[in-house]
Design a protein. Sequence first.
Length: 115
Amino acid sequence: MAKAGKEHTIMKRRSIGVMVLLFLVTFGIYPIIWTIKFQMELKAKTGDGFGGLGHFLMLIFGFGIYALYWQYAAGKRLAKQGVEDHSVLYLILSLLAFGWLNPFLMQSQANKIAE
């Protein structure tokens, strides 16, 4: 029965424009909130990874290594749901200091799932 619940869980559709605005207006608070909420949605949908609090703590105490891993793993989890696999792109962007683009790209992929 637990598996059936996962199938009904959907990724929340979010406007990329509103995300950009919130990223700027909140001076970096919204990206943290988005990352936690997005991971919770991925966890509910796929059953993989940490929950919200565990994810947040790993981001803080993982010294950036977990954040790199998470962006790659999130791409793989999104791909399992039927969208194109951009996990390597997320990792490369993070390594080249363009990781701030990844939430927008990931949300765009999640929006395709939510349709």
